[in-house]
Unconditional design. Structure first.
Length: 434
């Protein structure tokens, strides 16, 4: 006889674990299944875990600002202390360099609407605040092997500085903390369980694991990260999505922190540099993480099977990202060999996630999240619980999108902004920045 519960969540990354926690708190029995050996072992573990607030929509900005307060009071948000320790929010500030594809004034307007403190730095202020920075304007990014990469700057950059931004020191531990809290609320986690079948039977879903065992629940949440599209195919959903989602391989590289950034006001900040096509994030061990922002000159690495993605960093990506970093910070040390990690993002075409029901009753998705939704994970569980509780009570979310009222900020977050049927977000930068 199949094991039954109120909800089955597929995926125990930071989004799936957060969803399990909030649904358990709402009084539902929850079973979480994951093909990996523990929570956060998939794309969550490869996240740069940056906590920033710049998005192209107010809903995205409001969700990230609300999440900041939950990260700051992490154990209070969880409600349970994990004996294995807790992830930590490191506040270091973020410098967002000017770039042609994103208007700094548009970002500032959204920050003001959300009540997010920021500073506008002109060129001289930027150079004074970030020692060693080359604040020249180079856009658009060029291939690092081309002569165009070494062109002289065509003007000077300013920046927005947001002091409350930072990063989470251990993204996998953050997912484990959420899973521990969810389990303390009654959720059951089952690892090394591959979903091989999904079938709607009457008012319930039958989920087949490893080809034989079955679970049943009236509600299923697909939070499978890069595997989410494959899970949708098993369930026979997704044909009405207006925004496609697919897995993309990405790399983040580790280099020593340059001496110049050690002398920066208040310590090394995060630097978002779409002008050259990178972002740079300090780490606790005097190192720097360097990732890419999908510049048009670098081909995107779409893949069909996340399980076949090479987990090793490549010399080509390493050079592309570190050389751009060294162009911006002239004293950036570049190791002789690539050092870093490769992971797989679950990317929506407009880099805006899908948190929604589907055209199959009881089947929900939290997908298209990788790359820029880790920071929102504490509030995503609340969004999904609001969605599921509303729709399962008879609300027509497609006709009248539900709204979540944030507990710390009081902002109303329109869940319609994350609809599977939304018009593509043309305000998006078309990059991981959203």
């Amino acid at each position: 006889m199949a094991q039954t519960s109120d909800v089955i969540v597929i995926g125990s990354g930071v989004v799936g674990a957060s969803t399990a926690l909030e649904l358990s708190r709402a009084g539902r029995t929850v079973t979480v299944v994951d093909k990996a050996g523990g929570p956060g072992h998939g794309s969550t573990s490869a996240s740069s875990a940056i906590v920033r607030f710049n998005y192209s929509t107010f809903s995205g900005v409001a969700a990230s600002w609300e999440s900041k307060f939950r990260w700051e009071e992490w154990e209070g948000h969880l409600g349970h202390r994990d004996p294995n320790g807790s992830a930590r929010f490191v506040r270091c500030g973020i410098v967002i360099l000017d770039v042609d594809v994103i208007s700094w004034s548009d970002s500032a307007n959204l920050f003001e609407k959300a009540g997010i403190p920021y500073e506008r730095w002109e060129h001289t202020e930027l150079v004074a605040a970030v020692p060693g920075i080359d604040a020249g304007r180079y856009f658009p990014p060029e291939p690092v092997a081309s002569e165009a990469f070494f062109k002289d700057p065509r003007g000077q950059l300013g920046a927005l500085y947001i002091p409350d931004a930072g990063y989470i020191d251990d993204p996998q531990l953050a997912a484990a903390n959420l899973a521990h809290a969810a389990a303390a609320e009654g959720a059951e986690f089952r690892f090394r369980q591959l979903v091989t079948g999904l079938e709607r039977t009457g008012s319930s879903w039958r989920v087949t694991l490893n080809g034989d065992e079955t679970l049943e629940a009236p509600v299923v949440v697909n939070a499978a990260g890069p595997w989410s599209t494959a899970v949708n195919r098993l369930a026979g959903v997704g044909d009405d999505f207006t925004v496609p989602v697919a897995p993309m391989r990405q790399e983040v590289h580790h280099v020593p922190l340059p001496q110049s950034l050690r002398e920066a006001r208040g310590g090394a900040p995060i630097i978002v540099d779409l002008d050259l096509g990178t972002y740079l994030r300090p780490d606790a061990d005097h190192s720097l993480l360097i990732g890419g922002t999908e510049p048009e000159c670098d081909p995107l690495e779409w893949i069909t099977d996340p399980d076949r993605a090479d987990p090793r960093p490549t010399l080509k990506r390493f050079e592309a990202q570190t050389y751009r970093g060294a162009r911006r910070l002239s004293d950036l040390p570049i190791p002789n060999q690539p050092r870093g990690i490769a992971g797989v993002y679950d990317v929506a075409a407009d880099w805006t996630p899908i948190y929604d029901r589907t055209d199959a009753d009881g089947f929900y998705v939290a997908m298209g999240t990788s790359g820029n939704q880790f920071k929102n994970a504490p509030v995503v569980g609340s969004l999904m619980a609001t969605l599921i509780n509303g729709v399962e009570s008879g609300h027509d979310h497609d006709a009248e999108p539900l709204v979540y009222t944030a507990t710390h900020t009081g902002h109303e977050i329109d869940l319609g902004a994350f609809s599977r049927k939304r018009p593509p977000n043309h305000a998006s930068s078309g990059t991981v920045m959203g």
